[in-house]
Design a protein around this ligand. Structure first.
Ligand SMILES: *[C@@H]1O[C@H](CO)[C@@H](O)[C@H](O)[C@H]1NC(C)=O
Ligand SMILES: *[C@@H]1O[C@H](CO)[C@@H](O)[C@H](O)[C@H]1NC(C)=O
Ligand SMILES: *[C@@H]1O[C@H](CO)[C@@H](O)[C@H](O)[C@H]1NC(C)=O
Ligand SMILES: *[C@@H]1O[C@H](CO)[C@@H](O)[C@H](O)[C@H]1NC(C)=O
Length: 362
């Protein structure tokens, strides 16, 4: 397959013979293109205003970034329209599902809300977990497919995540310890695997399942879990224990995906290494154009990582940097369009996807 890298276009990646005709996406704020905002965004209203969206769309779209997300760059690479949010399709806002639908919801968890309520974790932004999103998909399926095994899905890419990051975020932010949280990992991985196999049972054959980002390099973790012990940091300034936790989740997920490949040999199940893709720019920020660094947020209310929980991006007392493209971290939690572009490129050029997202990568 021919790949044209056009450095002058913002996306820079367009495949000359796209292999997918539609994209169905499940996940959280890393890939939500508007569902949470359409639902009212009560837990996070600033998502509906600038500076969110300032770089590419010039207005807020509900994306938790200054511009496009990984899923948008993947859509561009396959010459597809940006996947419309499910709620816009459902409310019949002139959005078609012909090229796929995005069910991702900011704040969503892999596990159902009950799991958290039972453990007194009551700070969920939303109850629209992976299972809820899967049920939305099932409702829509009858409109999309006339036949039982749905030929349409054979040329569709299914993205199952990133999801699961919030399951840990909520627990960590409420004071959960790393040891305690390791016991959650099999449940979170189980939920992701269950959803992935459910999609295969519904007719999906091409699926990509991302792991977690290196949370120990994220401004929110660096701020909340700041330590006076230098030993807690790696040579890039990231919190070692939290990165090890993300790697633990990822290794469990990868093992479970291996088993799933044995169960469904006809499906192509791709693991997306978000961790490795992000570490590439943490290790070599200048090489990736991140002259502002990779640990400090572009938009925030001050502090060593420009993350201040009482003046978060979009709130009074916060400010966005002049040039988000030289930062990888956008608001302390989410990444910039520039960073998402690098992650998408690494998935497409095959260096962070296994097997590679495109059948014959560079
Ligand atoms: C949750 O909180 C309630 C009320 O404070 C308490 O009775 C219960 O034991 C707690 N459950 C857990 C699992 O911590
Ligand atoms: C989630 O569900 C619980 C229990 O049904 C409800 O009390 C809560 O308001 C819901 N949360 C959100 C964000 O919708
Ligand atoms: C996954 O599915 C299995 C089999 O249906 C079920 O026993 C398990 O509870 C599910 N796990 C999660 C986390 O939903
Ligand atoms: C793939 O893209 C990433 C992100 O821009 C880059 O770091 C990496 O060097 C690229 N790898 C190849 C093999 O082109």
């Amino acid at each position: 397959m021919l790949l044209r890298i056009d450095e002058s276009s913002a996306a820079g990646i367009v495949l000359s013979s796209p292999q997918y005709e539609s994209i169905f996406n499940f996940g959280d704020s890393l890939s939500d293109t508007g569902n949470f905002l359409l639902s009212g965004a009560l837990a996070f209203p600033v998502i509906g205003q600038l500076p969110y969206g300032e770089t590419f769309f010039q207005h807020a779209t509900g994306r938790c970034s200054d511009g496009r997300l990984i899923i948008d760059f993947i859509a561009e690479a396959f010459s597809l329209p940006y996947a419309p949010p499910y709620l816009a399709v459902k409310q019949d806002q002139g959005q078609s599902f012909q090229h796929g639908v995005n069910f991702a919801f900011a704040g969503a968890t892999a596990l159902d809300a009950e799991f958290f309520f039972e453990r007194n974790i009551s700070i969920l932004w939303t109850n629209n977990s992976l299972n809820v999103q899967l049920n939305w998909f099932r409702k829509l399926k009858s409109d999309i497919c006339s036949d039982e095994d749905c030929d349409f899905f054979k040329k569709s890419l299914f993205l199952v995540g990133e999801i699961g990051g919030n399951d840990y975020n909520y627990a960590f932010f409420l004071g959960g310890g790393i040891k305690q949280l390791r016991s959650m990992v099999p449940f979170v991985v189980g939920a992701i695997i269950n959803a992935t196999s459910a999609l295969i049972e519904e007719g999906a054959v091409e699926l990509m399942v991302p792991g977690n980002f290196p949370i120990g390099c994220s401004a929110v973790y660096l701020t909340l879990f700041e330590s006076s012990n230098k030993e807690d940091y790696d040579r890039h300034g990231c919190l070692k224990a939290f990165n090890a936790f993300a790697r633990y989740h990822n290794s469990q997920l990868k093992q479970a995906l291996d088993l799933l490949r044995q169960t469904y040999p006809h499906a192509r199940i791709i693991y997306a290494d978000y961790y490795g893709a992000a570490m590439r720019f943490v290790h070599a920020p200048l090489h990736h154009g991140f002259y502002g660094g990779t640990l400090k947020a572009c938009c925030g209310g001050g502090g060593p990582y420009n993350f201040n929980n009482s003046a978060r991006c979009g709130h009074a007392g916060s400010e966005a940097c002049q040039n988000p493209s030289i930062y990888s971290n956008w608001d302390g939690i989410h990444l910039t369009e520039a960073a998402y572009r690098h992650v998408a490129l690494a998935l497409i050029n095959g260096s962070s996807s296994a097997p590679p997202l495109i059948s014959s990568p560079l």
